[in-house]
Design a binder for this molecule. Structure first.
Ligand code: SF4
Ligand code: SF4
Length: 357
């Protein structure tokens, strides 16, 4: 029987141009240069002389409706009704009138928001969702971000660092997040514990077996029921088996730790990508304020600030002084686990801006 097909519902991101400030839309791709008049403020100048100011404030990634309304009200009252969010959860207000910049900053500051995060500051940490939406977190990334940024607020507000510092957290060991000048990642240190009574009802065993990167999982019969077993000598404690098989619990209050990696950077017009390296491991995953992890991050930032030359990024600085000096200067203990250049990347990842696969 012939019938009309339902038209698909478009549920992706809407076209961003309709929400752009008119000056920005008009001059899209036509900017001559931009300047940083003060921390948290950018001014872009077009080839035709038109200017637009951007004021950046940090927000938590998971915004409640009331805060969002408050931020939008500030944009309507003190800005020109246009905002955008950056990938690091900052809100940016655009205004074409310079006279609006200072009142806008004052309104944001009075409402408790922090203006900054531009140029050579510690930018807002990019992070993943943790307990709120994902099924495999080993910690709450948003909580780690809040605790650390509370301590780094002056580095966000000012231009105190040699160059910009991008930090990231991820709340499991295998998926999103976790690439930056400093990355705080979950580190499981024990293989998963299997609840054999549940495996046959909950898990598709072939998909779980296929999921393990080191082939450590085998099908097994336990108490007459189909289940799984883990070769613990092979297991690298990555946690990849937990999402398809929740009875393979790997999160553990004592043995799931945090680790800190430094020196990651994407390739750009001037340099190849650099891979981050593990510099601190086995740090307690200690909510609600994660003081041990914060202390390590502050130690690294302090050494970088004192020792790096102007405009050296974290990876440039470490490359210049060398890894042994990095550990000496930061005072972090060096163990055999710490440095590993992943040679496989040469064949499989983009190593320059020129060749793309
Ligand atoms: S880092 Fe892992 S746990 Fe966190 S949101 Fe991403 S996939 Fe989920
Ligand atoms: S934690 Fe990782 S390495 Fe260990 S069994 Fe699970 S998938 Fe395999």
């Amino acid at each position: 029987m012939a019938h009309d097909m339902r038209t698909p519902i478009e549920s992706g991101c809407p076209d961003g141009f309709q929400y752009m400030h008119p000056v920005m839309r008009k001059n899209y791709g036509q900017w001559a240069y931009h300047e940083d008049p003060q921390p948290g403020v950018l001014v872009h100048v077009s080839h035709n002389g038109e200017k637009i100011w951007t004021v950046r404030a940090g927000t938590q990634r998971i915004l409640d409706v009331f805060t969002l309304r408050k931020l939008c009200d500030i944009g309507d009252q003190y800005g020109e009704g246009y905002v955008r969010f950056t990938i690091r959860s900052n809100i940016e207000y655009q205004v074409a009138d310079e006279a609006k910049v200072q009142p806008l900053i004052k309104a944001l500051t009075d409402a408790g928001f922090v203006v900054g995060g531009t140029r050579n500051s510690v930018a807002m940490m990019s992070h993943t969702q943790g307990w709120l939406h994902c099924d495999i977190p080993g910690t709450d990334a948003s909580g780690v971000v809040k605790s650390m940024m509370d301590e780094l607020i002056d580095e966000f507000k000012g231009w105190n660092m040699p160059n910009r510092v991008h930090m990231t957290t991820s709340c499991c060991q295998i998926n999103c997040g976790g690439q930056g000048d400093i990355a705080i990642n979950v580190q499981h240190t024990k293989p998963p514990k299997i609840n054999h009574d549940l495996v046959s009802n909950v898990c598709e065993r072939p998909s779980v077996v296929a999921r393990c990167p080191v082939a450590a999982i085998r099908p097994a019969l336990v108490n007459g029921k189909p289940s799984l077993e883990v070769d613990e000598k092979k297991c690298i404690c990555c946690g990849a088996c937990y999402p398809p098989c929740p009875p393979m619990q790997i999160n553990d209050a004592e043995h799931s730790k945090l680790s800190i990696w430094v020196g990651g950077n994407h390739s750009n017009a001037r340099g190849k990508p650099t891979f981050q390296k593990l510099v601190a491991s086995g740090i307690p995953n200690n909510p609600p304020r994660w003081p041990e992890a914060t202390a390590v991050v502050k130690k690294i930032l302090k050494t970088y600030k004192e020792d790096a030359k102007d405009w050296e990024r974290m990876n440039d600085w470490i490359e210049r002084i060398g890894w042994p000096r990095f550990f000496e200067k930061t005072g972090l203990p060096f163990t055999k686990y710490h440095i590993d250049n992943w040679r496989g990347a040469r064949a499989s990842l983009n190593a320059s801006t020129h060749i793309r696969f």
